[in-house]
Every structure is written in C-alpha cells, then in structure tokens.
Design a protein around this ligand. Structure first.
Ligand code: B3K
Ligand code: ZN
Length: 896
C-alpha cells in the first residue's frame, strides 16, 4: 500500500540529512591543542576558544578547502586567525555551521561566542541543573558550547579555564588536573584544568557549583595513588558511600581482569539531578544522573544498589574502552558501548551472583533488543546510516553489541580473548578506531578467520536456530541438526548464514552429564561441555558412544543472541530444571515450562474457554522451594514467571488482554497451590529487626522473601502481612518497603492509598524516592491507572523538564504497563502523543525515547494498529517537530 498522505507530509517537514557510513572521510583539519575559557554568568556565558589548527596531511580535499566548523544555538562575537580579527566577508554562519573560507596550513584560531545555559532545556551542551552548571557533550553537544570540529576522530589536548562567582560556584571542575587558580575582583574566582590526554570534544566536561564532597584514594597496581572525589548535591554525602566502594571495586577488577590501570592523578564523579541518560564517561570527570550514583539502605533497593555499581563500573571502564581508545565515527559506537557493556556485565557477574546477572541481562535483551531487531527501527550493531545519532544509543548497539563481544570470548576462549584485548590496547592506544580494527586483533591472536563472524556487526535481525534430534540406539549415535534463518529487516531483505557459537552438554535421563565425542571435535578426549561452531544454513553434529537417548542442554549461558527452537518433552525440561550443571539453563528450562502453560492459557482465554493450570509446575516449584539451589537469589529467579513483554514476543499478534489474564491467572494459581510454602518461606526469611547489609547472600534472601510476599499478597487475606512489612521498613530498608508497596499498589483496598500517602509524606524531600512513588502508581494493574497518571502530571512533584520524572511516570506507564497503556479505546496512545509533543518542544532526545512504544504498532491487532498509527500521524503533523522524533515516526510508518 502506497501512502501518499505520508509522503506529502514527509516532503513538508524540515529536510533531514541522512549520514552514511560509506561517506566517511578523514577530517580536513586537525586540532592539536585547544584552550577554552568560560565566563559563567547568571544570564549568559561567554566562551572563548584558542585552537592550534593544521591541515590534515591525509585530507582528501585540496589545499584550498575551507574550514567548516559545527555550531548550534551560538551567538558569534568574534573570530580571529593568528590574532587578526576576521570580517564578516571572511566567513559564513548558518544555523549549524561556521565556514572560514581561506585559512593557512597552520594557524591559531580564536573564537568568542555567547551562550545561554540557563535556557538550555535540551540538557545537551552546557546547561543548568538546579544551582549547578554542567555539560553533556556526547554525541553532538560540544557544538552547542562553541564552534568546533565536533567529531570523534579529531583528538586534542584541552586546557580549560573557568571563571565564576565564588560564593555561588565555589567548585569549578573540568577534565584532567587542576593547574592554577586565582581570585578576581567582584567576588569572582577562576580555576584552570589541564587534560594531558588527547580527546575528542564529546569527552569534554565542565561542572560548577556548590557540592558536598566525599573523598578517598586508590592505590593502583603500579603503586600510584589516585585521589577519588565524589561531588554530590548538598545533603547527599551519606548516600554516596556505596558509589565510592563501587569505584574502588571497579578499579581493582579492571586491573585484575584486563590489566588496565587508571591514568590520571584524580578521578572525579559528580551527581546531577537533571540528566538525559544514566551517566557520561567524560575524561577524569564522569557525570552521573543521581539515580545511578546515590544509594543507601533506607533510600535504595537491592536492585538500585546493583545498578549503581554497574553504571559506575561502566563509566570507569570507558576510560580505556571509549576514552583512551575511542571511535572513529558514530557508526562505530558499539566499539565503545557494546564492549564496555560486556565488561560491566562481566564485572557484575563476578562481583554479585553470576547466573542471576546473566539471567537479567538476557531478559533485558529479549524484551528490549529482540523487538527492536524485529521492528521498523531495526539496524545492525554497526548501522549503515542515521539521521540523528542520538537515536542510535539503542539496545542493539549496546546490548547486542555486548553479546557480540561475549561471543568472541566464547569462540576464542578466555585466555586468547585476553591476549587479543591486550593487543587492542597496545596497538590502538590514543586512537579513534573502527569495529573492523577490533575484530582484526581477535583474528590476529586466534588465527581464526572471522569473515563470517563480522556479519554480527553488519546484519540486523535475530537469527532463529531450529534444532532437531535423532538417536540411533543401534549405532549409539545421537545427531543434532541445526538449521538457521534470519528474518528480513529494513534495507536487508535477505540474510546470510551467521557464525553461531552453541555452548552445550548432554545429560542422561536422570540428569547426569555425559561425555561428548563427535566427529570434528577439536580435542580427542571426551569433554563434558563443548562450543559448537554453527556456520552453515543446515549443519549436523553426530555424537558417538551414547548408550542412552540423551537430553541436550543447548545454548548454555545464552552463548549467542538468537532464538532457538528445540522440541523438548515436558519431562526433559523438568530434568534440566532440576539437574543441569549449567545454572542458566536450569532457569531457562523452568521458563520454558511456564511459557508452555502460559501459551495454553492465552489460547484458552482467546477461545473463551475456562482457564486451568495442571499441577506439573507447582509440583516442580514445590520441590525447588524445599530442596532447590542453596542460592536464594537464583531460586527467586527460577520461581518467577516470564514477563508480559517476554510473552508478547512469542505471539504473532500481541494480545495484551490475553497475556495479562493468563499471567495473572497462573500467578494466582501458584499462589494458592503453594500458599503454605510461600508463607513458610516468607516467615523463615523475614526479620524486621535485621539491619540491611549489601551482601549477595542477604540480597538473595530478600529477593526470595519479597517474591513469597508477592504470591501471598495475590490472596486477599494477606494484606496485613504486606502492610506490616511496609510500616516496619519504611524509614529503614527501601528493598522491603518497595517489596511490600509494589503488592499493595495493585489492590483495590484502602491500605493502598494509605501506604502510598505515608510513603510520599515520609520521602517527599528526596527526588529519587518520589520517582519511585510515581513509577509505582504508573505501573499499577488497577483500571484507574491512566487517569491517576494524568492527575500525577499535574502534581507539584512532577516536572516535565526533569528526565527522571518523565521516565518514572510516563515511561513506566507506556513502557512497563502494557495492559493499561494499550487500553482498548486508545486513551493511552492519545496521552503519550500529548506528552511526546510537549517534551519535543524543549528536549528532543527525551521525546524520541518516549515515542518508542508507539513505533511497534504493527505488532498489534487491527484496531490497536489503527489507533496507534493515528497518534503517530498526528505527531507527524505537528508544525514544530524535532528531527529526532521525526526520524523514528517516519521510519515506523514507512511501508514494510
Ligand atoms: N556514553 C554515554 C551516553 C551518551 C548518550 C548521548 N546521547 C553513556 C554511556 O553509555 O556510558
Ligand atoms: Zn557507555
């Protein structure tokens, strides 16, 4: 179907320039040294820059090519070359550039601009957060500070001088080390910072204000002492101790696991309340959204504690994978993001609970990345083109990118992978590189041909691997046949077969591992676990000397980011659930069994049949609860049902009502069938007097306890139990407070409002806790949720200008609460469209993130498709639409 209306509208919109990977050219000029001077004022800020420029000897343009700098929202005051002021005839200024027509081979360029950080609500460039100044320059924020070659392959050393009122901004920070400071007339002062490491503009940072400071130090493996400083808003020092522990843990881990030592004498972390993303790895001066930095037992849950630790590790790890070695262009983003996510995931696996960490990462991949890879915005880990790079900080670039790095480790083995990483750091330190160069070190070290493996970077879509078995009792052979396909994605109608590493083992019917011997095995002696290299569209592997028909344990630890089909019998899954030595696959087998029950319930619901759950699962769960793994953290994962969003992925057409009804029914049945066991577990683990301690053991206990409470509170008689836990924990232990409030929140019972009110009254001064309060109400299963969310947008605690508030209220509703967001008459969609358009007027990055739930409209039934599409078209008709939102909406409406 040709959509002329859409085409007409697209023609009316601001023309968007598509950037292609194939158009990459080296920069025409290089900036060796950059001196910046900021004069911070209450109305406006003056930025002066002095840059040593030279023509790039490798430039593909001629010696007469002009110097074209990027710049947005800047008031140009003066430009000089070698101290000679230029006249307006010598240059041209547009909305997004400054072109200097005639420039020498080498010269000093001076520019002066005026900017208005106070009016910057896009939170990109230099802006205000409360009483502080702060920056966010990745990817293209530096051009909102001054005219610059704002691209990651132009690396310069920076000296930054900041001048401001001493009373209002006693602390003035930038990258590197402080080298000089002084006082000026009129109560002003200045500080100069020098960063000895060359960096692109996107890693520049400036922070100014009054802060609380937490200090510590770290002795590196070579014996140097690094000063650690955490700056937080006044009154939050006590909530930053966990972050300090995390920094030291991350620094040690990177030394031990990758041989990476910190390179500056100071490492600074700053918490900001207004921040579009989670955090930013600016050289030596990482800036964090407060939600990824602050945590104390009474204010943060176990999950928050783990999350804070992982984000701190992530930003720290960027110092080597991102800063010392950065990306050549934004298409290579995964070279720093995918790799660094893989590193922070490994850190969390090593420092908390290995299997649980893996389960959580796989769950996130399945519910976020898989739908993205199957939808209208699908792109490869290294995209071929973009309109707005901000739209490519995606789950594909980050999380699938991390899986690709993980597969390389699986294929090479831990030892060779480490050697390859060592070579990567040695070969490319101080450079801006490509994904190709990363793969090359893997090849050089392993001597493997990774040509086919490279498809993981260039081919979008989630491969589907169908596995069939045949046991020959006479020959004692067991044959597995692997067949792979990959669905088409935009711009990629046909796909090539991928290199899929399948880690696996075989169990006998009583759950013991069998020795593996097969033709083509790289080792001659039998092993218990193997990594098969699946590379052909159809491939057979024949295992020998097997006396019994084995149960295969496939794709252990989720060894490749794919979907896999194998027709297990229910008893085979039960055996894997009980006995597999791969803990991840134990969990996976249990999920598969639950998934089967849920799919049957969904069909029954759709056919208006009565819902029924057999005793199979509850029997299995009962024995797990009685004698399952000692690890309670893992057990709590094994006794959790697949999420609604996960189930949605399994259906050809998403039926939100059936999914919700089936899952609620099954949870309630499990609550009833195992009622006394849940209570027993709860009572055994609940001690309201016990102080909070952040240990893996105790996190596991709290998780299992709160899961038991969740099942118990599905039954009306247990309201008091939750209320009692809530009241006892309210000022002491946020994990238990939320554990109880999350359950109360779904009830049509006066206790709900009572608890929510008490929660707000107690914590209204703490913005991050108010965010929890908003998020909870937005994710309530109750029918009135949408009207409550609308009401909350007018609550004094809500602020559309603060991204955390937006993500908590609107994001939780539209992204987490499938059932209520997809209300049958489309009221949720109208609400989201209104929010997106309001947001888009001042913060396009956040607006574009919020529009995503509408983008996958094709996955729903005809009526919802129509209603969602209607809102997307209305968005497109708005007279002032950002390119960020425009790109996503247009792509989502394009013909398949
Ligand atoms: N590199 C930043 C993300 C910046 C996003 C720009 N739109 C945070 C991170 O991944 O560590
Ligand atoms: Zn990152």
């Amino acid at each position: 179907m040709k959509d002329t209306k859409l085409e007409t509208r697209a023609a009316e919109l601001t023309p968007v320039k598509t950037v292609y990977l194939r158009d990459y050219r080296v920069p025409d000029f290089l900036f060796d040294q950059v001196e910046l001077n900021f004069d911070l004022g209450e109305e406006e800020t003056i930025v002066k820059s002095r840059i040593h420029v030279r023509r790039n000897p490798e430039a593909q343009t001629g010696a007469a090519a002009p110097l074209v700098l990027q710049g947005e929202e800047l008031a140009l005051e003066a430009v000089a070359i070698n101290q000679q002021q230029l006249s307006p005839a010598d240059y041209q200024v547009t909305d997004d550039s400054l072109t200097l027509f005639k420039v020498p081979e080498h010269f000093e360029l001076q520019i002066q601009v005026r900017i208005k950080p106070q009016e910057n609500k896009a939170l990109s460039g230099l802006y205000r957060s409360g009483e502080h100044f702060c920056t966010q320059c990745e990817s293209q924020g530096f051009r909102r500070i001054t005219y610059f070659l704002d691209r990651p392959d132009v690396l310069s050393s920076f000296t930054t001088t900041i001048t401001a009122s001493e009373a209002r901004y006693p602390i003035l920070l930038s990258n590197g080390n402080p080298v000089a400071s002084g006082k000026l007339a009129g109560g002003r002062h200045w500080v100069r910072w020098e960063d000895p490491f060359k960096k692109p503009g996107y890693l520049f940072a400036l922070v100014a204000g009054d802060f609380d400071l937490l200090e510590d130090q770290f002795k590196t493996c070579s014996g140097r002492t690094v000063a650690l400083r955490i700056y937080v808003e006044k009154g939050y020092r006590e909530q930053s101790h966990h972050a300090m522990q995390a920094v030291k843990k991350a620094m040690t881990w990177d030394e031990e696991n990758y041989g990476r030592e910190y390179d500056l004498d100071i490492y600074m972390l700053v918490g900001m309340s207004d921040f579009n993303m989670g955090a930013m790895e600016n050289k030596g001066l990482n800036i964090f959204n407060t939600k990824t930095l602050l945590a104390s037992p009474e204010t943060a849950t176990d999950d928050d504690f783990i999350y804070v630790e992982s984000v701190i590790a992530h930003e720290y790890f960027h110092n080597w994978t991102g800063n010392r070695i950065t990306c050549r262009d934004w298409f290579q983003l995964s070279i720093k993001e995918g790799l660094t996510i893989f590193r922070d995931q490994s850190f969390t696996e090593d420092t908390t609970a290995k299997t649980v960490a893996r389960i959580r990462d796989v769950n996130a991949l399945r519910v976020r990345q898989f739908p993205e890879d199957a939808g209208p915005l699908a792109h490869s880990v290294r995209p071929e083109s973009y309109e707005r790079i901000d739209n490519f900080y995606t789950s594909t670039v980050y999380n699938k990118g991390a899986e690709v790095a993980r597969m390389l480790r699986t294929i090479l083995g831990a030892q060779q992978f480490r050697q390859a990483m060592d070579l990567y750091f040695k070969r490319y330190d101080g450079q801006a590189v490509t994904i190709e160069e990363f793969v090359k070190v893997m090849e050089d070290v392993s001597q493997l041909d990774l040509t086919q493996f490279r498809l993981w970077y260039s081919q979008a879509g989630t491969p589907l691997l169908t596995v069939n078995e045949a046991y020959d009792a006479h020959q004692k052979t067991y044959t597995l046949t692997f067949e792979q396909t990959c669905p088409p994605s935009p711009g990629q109608p046909t796909k090539k077969p991928m290199f899929i590493p399948v880690k696996m083992g075989l169990l006998n019917p009583s759950g013991q591992e069998l020795p593996l011997e097969w033709e083509g095995s790289p080792v001659s002696t039998p092993v218990k676990e193997a990594v098969l290299h699946i590379q052909k569209p159809k491939q057979e592997v024949v295992f020998k000397n097997l006396d019994v028909h084995p149960i295969p344990s496939l794709l252990r630890g989720f060894s490749a980011p794919i979907k896999m089909n194998f027709d297990y019998s229910d008893p085979a899954l039960a055996t894997l659930f009980q006995s597999d030595t791969d803990q991840f696959n134990r969990w996976e087998a249990g999920q598969k069994l639950s998934e089967r029950c849920l799919l049957r319930l969904i069909t029954a619901y759709q056919q208006k049949q009565p819902l029924h759950l057999s005793d199979e699962i509850s029997t299995l769960w009962e024995s797990a609860l009685r004698q399952g793994p000692e690890d309670k953290f893992l057990l709590s994962q094994m006794l959790s049902l697949p999420s609604e969003r996960y189930l949605a992925e399994l259906l050809p057409v998403i039926d939100v009502d059936a999914i919700h009804a089936a899952r609620e029914f099954m949870a309630l049945e499990l609550a009833k069938k195992l009622n006394s066991l849940w209570l027993q577990t709860y009572q055994a683990l609940h001690d309201p007097q016990a102080p909070y301690r952040y240990t893996v053991e105790e996190i596991g206990q709290r998780q299992l306890k709160n899961l038991s409470l969740y099942y118990l509170m599905l039954l009306p008689e247990q309201v008091d139990l939750g209320l009692a836990q809530f009241t006892a924990a309210l000022t002491q232990n946020m994990t238990d407070t939320i554990g109880a409030l999350r359950c109360l929140n779904n009830l049509d019972h006066p206790a709900r409002q009572l608890a929510l009110d008490q929660f707000y009254t107690t914590w209204q001064q703490q913005p991050l806790i108010v965010d929890k309060w908003l998020a909870l109400q937005a994710s309530s299963k109750r029918a009135s949720t949408l009207s409550e969310v609308k009401k909350l947008t007018r609550h004094p605690a809500f602020d559309l200008k603060n991204p955390n508030k937006v993500y908590s209220l609107i994001g939780s509703f539209a992204q987490q609460n499938m059932h209520r967001f997809h209300a049958p008459q489309g009221e949720g969609y109208v609400f989201l469209r209104e929010c997106v358009l309001q947001l888009d007027q001042f913060n396009p990055i956040v607006a574009a993130r919020m529009v995503k739930p509408l983008v996958e409209w094709r996955r729903y039934e005809a009526k919802r498709q129509y209603l969602m599409r209607e809102q997307l078209e209305l968005i497109l008709q708005h007279p002032k639409l950002s390119q960020d939102v425009q790109e996503l909406v247009t792509k989502s409406l394009q013909e398949e």
